[in-house]
Design a protein around this ligand. Structure first.
Ligand SMILES: Nc1nc2c(c(=O)[nH]1)N[C@H]1C(S)=C(S)[C@@H](COP(=O)(O)O)O[C@H]1N2
Ligand SMILES: [Mo]
Length: 190
């Protein structure tokens, strides 16, 4: 990739990294396939809960996107594999009052995105990256990937998505991070 091209893909105030840093609060959870579930609830016509086997039977695709962390690193061309969020939206059918989505993670971390941000063709429930299953540090068994927002919106160890008429700022959003988190607008802090 030419330098010129690269600059077009690196948002203001960001620097490229080749390594994949690990960032989270607390400790990664222990995975137990017999107990794991992924649940969608709230403002949806058909709330659903998948166990590990059922989740893995959902249609999966691959996408190659860039990752931008608010701590100023950006990593280009990460190829994720997982369930496109639009597959989930088709199944649960959000009601017309569903404006906000809250991601709930194993361990208690939460983060919020608007319906407009979630309902995009590059938002994915990922199980693998660059040809490898996710490592525990990067969100195994499953994480949300929201490439158009700073990476704190890409919830690792995702267990529940809550659809709501009300916005509910998450772990970092209540601690001063920007509610929208668009890296191209440098929406770092609120
Ligand atoms: N469950 C959970 N997900 C999380 C976090 C966290 O603390 N807990 N940290 C977020 C932050 S701040 C970032 S920058 C990315 C980092 O993802 P990575 O460790 O795979 O690079 O995960 C996000 N997802
Ligand atoms: Mo972060």
């Amino acid at each position: 990739m030419s330098d010129e091209n690269q600059n077009e893909r690196v948002p203001p105030g960001q620097r490229l990294t080749r390594k994949w840093p690990v960032l989270h609060v607390g400790h990664p959870p222990t995975f137990d396939a017999a107990r794991w579930s992924f649940e969608v609830f709230g403002s949806v016509e058909a709330p659903q809960k998948w166990d590990w086997n059922a989740f893995n039977a959902l249609p999966m695709t691959k996408m190659t996107v860039d990752m931008h962390c608010v701590t100023t690193w950006s990593k280009l061309d990460m190829t994720w594999r997982g369930v496109p969020i639009r597959e989930i939206l088709k199944l649960v059918r959000p009601t017309s009052d569903a404006r906000h989505i809250i991601a709930h993670c194993d361990g208690g971390y939460t983060t919020n995105v608007s319906m407009e941000v979630l309902d995009d063709d590059d938002v994915m429930l990922a199980v693998a990256c660059d040809g490898e299953p996710l490592s525990v540090d990067h969100g195994f068994p499953m994480r949300l990937v929201v490439p158009k927002r700073y990476a704190w919106k890409s919830a690792k160890w995702l267990r529940k998505l809550e659809f709501s008429p009300q916005d509910k700022p998450g772990f970092w959003e209540v601690r001063g991070y920007h509610n929208e988190a668009d890296p191209w607008k440098e929406e770092r802090f609120g």
